[in-house]
Design a protein around this ligand. Structure first.
Ligand code: BDR
Ligand code: CA
Length: 308
């Protein structure tokens, strides 16, 4: 089987953690790096969390490189309440032994995309990808594909207009959306169909492995947050949908679009416009529309059970 070579660009983040573990467990993918970006928590914490996760997965061979500490214009505004103060639900971890890579995220991404066809899975704010495009303009034609968790058509989750990853750095998102690389977005309209419920959490806990225990423990405060915010404990696995799409490209129905990002506006900064009109039906930019939650949850259960 031809494996898809992927870089995971991420701001872990509880749902990022599930996405990273899903990628590392999946034989369809070859994870060649994890690159951190500020988002859910600051860059020190997201980089530390990425190192914790490769160590939890017993994959110290996967390099972790530090990315951008702040959005292109301005200072980071952090979402500490959603993922805990440390980004991973405030559990106790041993200090990871896996070092940070000597290159920064963008230089490592560029090195890897020049070596072989590579897909970037971007599940945090898009600052690193915007910096990749400005530092290495040839990246636009070198990258095989970009799969992004970000955006919303119906409703945002930070403001009525904006989803978190886009809202955090709209200028970066606008630059990435304007690039001509093949690209797929997983917006909130899709990710809200990808849920794990209390039975799934009990299943993960019952695996009786380090990964099972940690993931179930991380997801517990995330479920409380969902209960308060959405009125039930089902946790939304935003970021895992982007990895899921790469594992099984038929699992998510997609639609050709043109994407623009609002960088101005009094109420709409960070909004994404997915132009779904027929003229865009054959576009190389697509947006995820539907997935089957039972199938998704069973893949998460089965893949996370692969860790010893
Ligand atoms: C996105 O924001 C973060 O809180 C999640 O990790 C995900 O990437 C969802 O809006
Ligand atoms: Ca994320």
């Amino acid at each position: 089987m031809a494996r898809t070579r992927v870089i995971v660009d991420t701001d872990p983040g509880v749902d990022d953690a599930v996405a990273i573990l899903l990628a590392l467990a999946s034989e369809e993918l070859e994870v060649v790096a994890i690159t951190s970006v500020a988002g859910n928590v600051g860059i020190d914490a997201t980089t530390l969390n990425a190192r914790r996760l490769v160590e939890l997965a017993q994959r110290p061979d996967v390099p972790v490189a530090r990315g951008s500490a702040r959005p292109l214009n301005g200072d980071p505004q952090l979402e500490v309440s959603v993922h805990g103060a440390d980004g991973l639900g405030d559990l106790v971890w041993d200090e990871p032994q896996v070092p940070e890579h000597e290159l920064d995220a963008v230089d490592l991404q560029y090195r890897l995309i020049t070596e072989a066809p590579t897909t970037i899975v971007a599940i945090g704010p898009l600052t690193n990808l915007a910096n990749l495009l400005s530092r290495y303009p040839q990246a636009e034609s070198l990258v095989e594909r970009v799969v992004i968790m970000g955006g919303a058509s119906f409703e945002g989750n930070v403001t009525p207009a904006a989803e978190f990853n886009i809202w955090f750095d709209p200028e970066a998102a606008a630059a990435v959306a304007a690039a001509r690389w093949p690209m797929t977005f997983m917006p909130l309209d899709l990710t809200h169909q990808a849920l794990l419920n209390d039975e799934d959490l009990a299943h993960l806990r019952g695996l009786d492995t380090a990964v099972g225990h940690r993931v179930a423990a991380m997801l517990e405060p995330y479920a409380l947050f969902h209960d308060e915010w959405y009125g039930n404990r089902d946790v939304i696995m935003h970021d895992a949908t982007a990895v899921y799409e790469l594992i099984d490209p038929t699992a998510i129905e997609k639609q050709g679009v043109a994407v623009t990002v609002e960088t101005g506006g009094e109420h709409s900064r960070g909004a994404t416009w997915f132009d779904r009109r027929r003229a865009n039906s054959n576009s190389t930019t697509t947006v995820g529309v539907t997935l089957d939650n039972d199938r998704f949850a069973s893949v998460i259960r089965e893949r996370l059970a692969r860790f010893a």
